[in-house]
Design a protein around this ligand. Structure first.
Ligand code: F6R
Length: 516
């Protein structure tokens, strides 16, 4: 968050007798730096170094690592997860407030990480460290205390269900492509909840005084798809707000307002903060994440795991389709069209079963090869536009995110009907335009694009005459967004490959965005 990517800004930071690594953000960094005065010459541009300076001072004074960490934690405003070593003290200390810390316990070693996949190769036994807790770790012992009171905290050993193989690429060249193909199985896993659980979750939404879906990035586009699904299927209006924009609407969050967070990692700081504040206002906190032990899941009154298995690639793929599948079943469950709720949940399940089977037919090496060829053809372009309507409008926005983040092509998504209100001015001869869907209005928009010189790539169940290149997707009715996003993911992946980029390592991005 502070300073460029350079050796001097890389963690850990050593100051005197203290070595520190920090994840998070010190919001009162300037103030703290000022309080240190000229007693220390800062050698990095990071906010983290000031924590090391304060710890060094406190430890020199108190000679107690525990006391030093507690004293310094009191002074920090903002989110932090820190790991600290003190000269002459064996092992290391870690503490958290707002950012994740997880302990992995193996026979001959103990691990501290911010995410389970970091040590899954060595152990599946974990202790979750909660906010305002500190842990002292030696190879043979783990001692957890409360960061404020200093009191001992008892932790339960938990065995996580993720298998080490899940975080291996196996024979795949990248995690991104592996995870795209994982969707043959993961979509069904998402709805692996019994009807009662789904119905009670939906009831908490339906009976709320206002429903807000809160998410960021790809998960926010999933939430937008859900907005359409709930409107179309259940005739319920939900509000979808990107977490960072929610402060403007928090005045509408009261007792019994439902805040439903959608998040793969369950650790996204912007989302977490809105939920924490919502909880204080008496809102019902619901969540759908891929990590049942995450901060968001544990803060929630009701939580749905999507069971997609570890998602390692920075670009989210399988989590998004799983989230959409679960939300679709929730929308059917909330539908008022029939009297028997049980039947409705099962109708939703039926849609997902059919969609999964159609995706299984679609997603094969020949299909991927076809998309790879298209990617190679358009990979030299600097601009690319995507249009869609209804649930495919958020998918057009998602397509833009996916293409931008892994291929660095300037991609933009639009609601198809908005084109004529401005964006169409961007189209030049040969500009690649991806058209999602084959309904008559969207095809009319594709013709407008083509007549301005646009090169039309159609992603739809049928091949319209206007289309220069066609990527077929099955007709999946209300689950069309789920089927359509998959070729988009493949196109993004192959665009990155064609441009000689590593799709698993997009610049400037992190998998879990645990800072604001
Ligand atoms: C894009 C992507 C990000 C995440 C966003 C939210 O491919 O992965 O836009 O969707 O950072 O992350 P989660 O879902 O973990 O809250």
């Amino acid at each position: 968050t502070h300073g460029g990517i350079s050796k001097k800004n890389a963690h850990p930071h050593r100051v005197g007798n203290v070595v520190l690594a920090h994840n998070g953000i010190v919001e009162n960094y300037d103030e703290l730096k000022h309080s240190v005065g000229n007693t220390h010459e800062f050698s990095s541009d990071t906010d983290s170094e000031v924590i090391a300076v304060l710890l060094h001072k406190a430890y020199t004074k108190t000679k107690s690592p525990d006391q030093a960490i507690r004293d310094v934690a009191k002074q920090i405003t903002g989110r932090f997860a820190i790991v600290v070593m003190f000269d002459g003290i064996p092992g290391f200390f870690a503490a958290r407030r707002g950012s994740p810390i997880i302990i992995g316990k193996a026979k001959e070693a103990t691990y501290v990480a911010s995410d389970i996949p970091a040590f899954l190769e060595y152990t599946q036994t974990v202790n979750y460290i909660d906010d305002n807790e500190m842990v002292y770790v030696t190879p043979s012992n783990t001692r957890v205390t409360n960061l404020i009171t200093g009191r001992k905290v008892q932790k339960r050993d938990i065995t996580v269900s993720w298998e080490p193989e899940e975080i291996e690429k196996g024979s795949w060249p990248h995690f991104m492509i592996k995870e795209i193909f994982d969707q043959k199985e993961t979509i069904l896993e998402a709805i692996h909840h019994n009807n009662k659980t789904i119905q009670s979750f939906v009831k908490k939404l339906e009976t709320a005084k206002g429903i807000y879906l809160i998410a960021c990035g790809t998960a926010h586009k999933v939430a937008m798809v859900a907005e359409y699904l709930f409107a179309d299927i259940a005739h319920i209006k939900i509000n979808v707000v990107p977490a960072a924009e929610m402060p403007s609407f928090e005045k509408f969050v009261h007792k019994n307002t439902a805040l439903l967070a959608i998040s793969q990692s369950g650790e996204t700081a912007d989302v977490l903060e809105i939920l924490e504040r919502g909880k204080k206002r008496g809102a019902r906190i619901l969540s759908i994440t891929n990590v049942p032990s995450s901060s968001i899941a544990r803060l929630s009154d009701a939580h749905f795991p999507i069971n997609a298995g570890a998602e390692k690639a920075v670009a989210s793929t399988k989590a998004a389709t799983s989230q959409m599948a679960l939300l679709l079943v929730c929308a059917y469950t909330a539908s008022k069209k029939h009297t028997s709720i049980k039947t409705l949940t099962d109708i939703g399940r039926g849609v997902i079963w059919n969609t999964t089977s159609a995706i299984n037919d679609m997603l094969n090496p020949r299909y991927a090869k076809h998309i790879e060829k298209i990617a190679k053809k358009i990979s030299r372009h600097q601009n690319l536009f995507i249009i869609g309507r209804g649930t495919l409008y958020p998918i057009a926005l998602e397509a833009a995110i996916k293409i931008q983040e892994v291929s660095y092509i300037h991609a933009q998504g639009f609601a198809a009907g908005e084109l004529k209100h401005g964006p169409i001015a961007l189209i030049e001869k040969g500009t690649p335009c991806v058209v999602l869907g084959d309904d008559p209005e969207t095809i009319a928009n594709a013709i407008e694009l083509q007549s301005r010189g646009g090169f039309i790539i159609g992603i739809a169940p049928t091949q319209a005459r206007v289309v220069d290149l066609w990527i077929r997707v099955p007709d999946c009715n209300s689950a069309q967004a789920i089927a359509t996003v998959i070729p988009i993911q493949l196109l993004s992946y192959y665009l990155a490959r064609a441009r000689k980029l590593d799709p698993d390592m997009p610049r400037n991005l992190a998998k879990s965005v645990t800072v604001k």
